[in-house]
Design a binder for this molecule. Structure first.
Ligand SMILES: Cc1cc2nc3c(=O)[nH]c(=O)nc-3n(C[C@H](O)[C@H](O)[C@H](O)COP(=O)(O)OP(=O)(O)OC[C@H]3O[C@@H](n4cnc5c(N)ncnc54)[C@H](O)[C@@H]3O)c2cc1C
Ligand code: SF4
Ligand code: SF4
Length: 416
């Protein structure tokens, strides 16, 4: 099959919207724009030359994810068949109670970002935050102060392209850490294979567990449910100010509208859904196996299931590299985060919603290949072990489900 160009990657539903291609090509040639279906996608302002396109194909996490090298665990840790490389694992939270309260979960990502800056390990933090011009949208942000990092605390359940600034930061010789999604981290790891600056200048990548990115339309529908248009919204917070905290809107005329996490995502009567992109449905790594530290929610459990009742925020801190393990222990020793025990065996029940994608990704890939559409290269992610764990029946059903989606062209996406 012909190597895909950018339009083919987008139209086949494989773009994750990270922004690294725009960073590489330069904004005058490629910019990230919200498309008619409410996703953030690269938009060519001029024709991309073959050499640049070849590099984009190599770094694009939409079509290439290479799992962590088991040698990173050489002296310690385990390579868990499902949950990936683990050097150490703890419950964790920001020691600063204001950060902990305002953040999406325990505020560990924000606290670690602040610690990295204040300890001089990096010059800047690359992350995202609510757009100040239009708070329902999300901007990439380069922060050099603790206050700026803290302004990005909370989950942005919508299009966000944190990597648009990567090449500018590399060119300026700055050392920076990324706080982003697992696919953003995969993009940085791809880039490190063709750009030798990355290893030295991006020493830390921290990430979430990721259920997928909804469209901007979801935010529109939530605002419309409260009778508000985008222009009338002054603040749009998905989570935080509690754990998980409300989906909070403040209108420009000063009124407040709150929905609980359960009301926002688990009430089928609401006129919106978690309408994730196709790339998320076939994601082989939404748990940040390539990060130095993954920071999912450390949900409170009842009867073997996570509950979403308000509580002081807690993450699980999964250190996946030696550098990540050191970061967690140094941040704890410096009093930036609190830690408590966590057992890997708790993951299956707490984050069981990640098992289908993890176990079924090989079958989903096979369905793409069988249909003759563009098929990403997902390598070194324990494909055979996943098939073994899933079993043949489950894998076959996953294959049929994806084949049905492809036949119905449900993976297709408009490029503008
Ligand atoms: C789309 C999405 C899906 C998620 N799905 C899950 C899930 O399935 N399971 C789970 O345990 N947790 C999930 N989370 C993560 C969870 O909501 C918390 O953000 C995470 O546990 C980190 O908590 P924290 O308190 O340490 O984060 P905070 O200290 O509040 O920091 C959050 C960090 O995440 C970054 N961030 C937020 N939104 C985005 C985005 N759209 N793109 C790139 N970076 C972003 C911010 O830059 C910030 O640095 C999801 C978050 C998002 C945005
Ligand atoms: S996933 Fe990232 S690199 Fe690939 S096309 Fe989309 S924005 Fe560009
Ligand atoms: S599910 Fe995977 S592809 Fe989708 S946003 Fe999350 S990490 Fe990226």
């Amino acid at each position: 099959m012909k190597a895909p160009d950018l339009e083919t990657i987008v139209s086949n539903g494989l773009c994750a919207g990270c922004g690294l291609c725009a960073s590489l090509a330069g904004r005058d040639r490629l910019e990230m724009k919200i498309t008619s279906c409410g996703r953030i996608r690269p938009h060519a302002r001029e024709k991309i030359d073959p050499e640049t396109l070849e590099k984009i194909r190599f770094i694009c996490p939409g079509i290439r994810v290479t799992g962590a090298d088991a040698s990173q665990l050489a002296s310690a840790g385990t390579l868990h068949p499902v949950w990936g490389p683990i050097r150490s694992v703890h419950r964790g939270w920001a020691a600063d109670e204001t950060v902990r309260f305002r953040s999406a979960a325990g505020g560990s990502m924000t606290a670690l970002g602040v610690f990295l800056l204040e300890s001089g390990k990096v010059d800047a933090i690359l992350h995202v935050r609510a757009s100040s011009a239009n708070p329902m949208r999300t901007d990439a942000q380069v922060s050099t102060t603790a206050a700026e990092v803290k302004s990005g605390a909370q989950s942005r359940y919508g299009p966000a392209a944190p990597l648009v600034h990567v090449h500018r930061l590399l060119d300026e010789g700055r050392r920076f850490a990324l706080l982003g999604k697992p696919c953003d981290v995969a993009a940085i790891r791809n880039l490190s294979r063709i750009d030798s600056r990355v290893e030295a200048q991006v020493p830390y990548c921290l990430t979430i567990f990721c259920g997928g990115i909804p469209t901007l339309q979801t935010a529109h529908r939530i605002a419309a449910y409260h009778g508000l248009s985008e222009a009338e919204v002054e603040e749009f917070r998905w989570r935080g100010h509690g754990w998980p905290g409300p989906t909070h809107i403040r209108s420009r005329d000063g009124k407040n509208y709150d929905l609980s996490y359960e009301q926002t995502w688990f009430d089928p009567s609401r006129p919106w859904s978690y309408d994730i992109q196709f790339r998320c449905k076939i994601c082989p790594d939404a748990i940040g196996e390539l990060a130095d530290v993954s920071c999912p929610d450390g949900w409170v459990m009842r009867d073997g299931k996570p509950i979403h009742e308000e509580a002081p925020g807690v993450n699980v801190l999964v250190a996946r590299t030696e550098r990540g393990e050191r970061l967690v222990s140094e941040a704890a020793a410096a009093g930036a985060i609190g830690l408590a025990p966590f057992a890997v065996s708790e993951f299956d029940a707490m984050h069981g919603d990640h098992l289908p994608r993890k176990l079924e990704y090989p079958a989903r890939m096979a369905a793409l290949g069988f249909a003759g559409v563009v098929t990403p290269r997902f390598e070194n992610l324990r494909r055979w072990r996943m098939i073994w764990r899933a079993g043949l029946g489950r894998s076959f059903r996953a294959f049929l489900g994806t084949r049905r989606r492809i036949r119905a062209e449900a993976h297709r996406e408009p490029i503008h």
